[in-house]
Design a protein around this ligand. Structure first.
Ligand code: 5GP
Ligand code: MN
Length: 327
């Protein structure tokens, strides 16, 4: 029996623009995750298949855990020689997420298209296709592919499945619908290796990262329903340039008493990056937006000027204001 998937249709003007484009510039967000890279590569393969000459760009390097993906070595961090006729930002909720890649003075003639699934998206494009009901930007690229009547190759399917797997943490988040699992099944039928993707993108980490987890977890504290840890610069001096304790925020949210999890990371330039997770019923998109960031109701983030103790105080005060349980 073949099951049919209830598809979402991209806006007609987006399809027309893509069909007429010749040299699209595709941009994934800074500090890219599996959905950013997976969506970027999938969109690139799709547009290449349609006879375009896309350039794929991201300000920051592809994480080691995603370097198994096809064509990831073709992602550029310098686009100075490229003259695009359309710019497409994926998985990015505001213009700052495109980092140094997007230069409005250079690209003003090329329409900017936004393809994103963040509820906090500020609609910064000329065409904005924003679907907060989608679990990943990769889910949207799947609908785009179907609307363009393209059958996925193994490579395209693998990139899309990587986006789904990483943004749903292995099909475990609250937005993992039957439709998402149905799409994943179709991608596996097209040759995408679910187990290999999961092992690489979710279950692999460096020894340095595990060491950092150990130190960061040493700071854990619980204040009512808020569970938090700090990741200070001094904790990482011998860890070969590693900065973020990737994955720790979801892990600490597992505490029985936790409603919200917070990781405060002191960045090299002194700013503080805040990473938030919430259990269903609470919301962390609002606080991230209030602090200049964005994300989803259950997973969000922002970067704030200030010292770690000051930012901690600010974050906790806002969480207590917006959530009665936080007292
Ligand atoms: P993470 O904690 O994994 O870094 O981020 C969780 C979610 O929040 C992701 O969906 C990510 O896109 C979003 N997010 C994290 N940091 C920022 C930020 O500084 N600005 C915006 N707009 N979104 C962010
Ligand atoms: Mn995403």
């Amino acid at each position: 029996m073949t099951t049919s998937i209830n598809l979402i249709t991209p806006p007609g003007e987006l399809l027309e623009l893509i069909e007429s484009a010749r040299r699209p510039l595709l941009i994934a967000h800074i500090a890219p995750d599996g959905d950013a890279i997976g969506s970027l590569l999938a969109a690139g393969i799709l547009l290449h298949y349609l006879g375009k000459e896309p350039l794929l760009a991201c300000q920051d390097r592809v994480p080691v855990t995603l370097r198994f993906l096809p064509f990831q070595d073709q992602i550029k961090s310098d686009v100075r020689d490229f003259d695009p006729d359309v710019v497409i930002a994926v998985d990015s909720s505001d213009p700052s997420r495109m980092g140094a890649i997007y230069d409005p003075d250079r690209f003003y003639q090329a329409p900017l298209v936004v393809i994103d699934h963040h509820v906090t998206n500020v609609h910064f494009g000329d065409i904005n296709w924003v679907e907060p009901s989608c679990c990943a930007a990769a889910e949207m690229i799947y609908y785009l592919m179907r609307a363009l009547d393209v059958t996925p190759t193994k490579e395209l399917a693998s990139c899309l499945l990587t986006g789904l797997v990483t943004d749903t943490r292995g099909f475990r988040t609250a937005n993992t619908t039957a439709r998402v699992v149905g799409i994943a099944s179709k991608l596996m039928e097209a040759g995408a290796p679910l187990n290999r993707i999961t092992e690489n993108a979710l279950n692999s980490r460096s020894y340095d990262l595990i060491s950092l987890w150990g130190r960061v977890l040493g700071t854990v504290q619980r204040d009512g329903g808020i569970i938090s840890v700090s990741n200070e610069r001094a904790m990482r001096e011998d860890l070969n340039g590693i900065i973020r304790a990737d994955g720790v925020v979801s892990f600490i949210l597992g505490a029985y008493a936790a409603k919200v999890a917070v990781v405060l990371t002191e960045l090299p330039e002194g700013k503080i990056e805040c990473s938030f997770r919430a259990r269903p019923g609470s919301d962390v998109a609002t606080i991230a937006l209030q602090l200049g960031g964005g994300g989803h109701p259950l997973a969000s983030g922002c970067t704030v000027e200030g010292t770690l103790p000051d930012v901690r105080q600010q974050v906790f005060a806002l969480l207590r204001e917006t959530n009665a349980w936080a007292e």
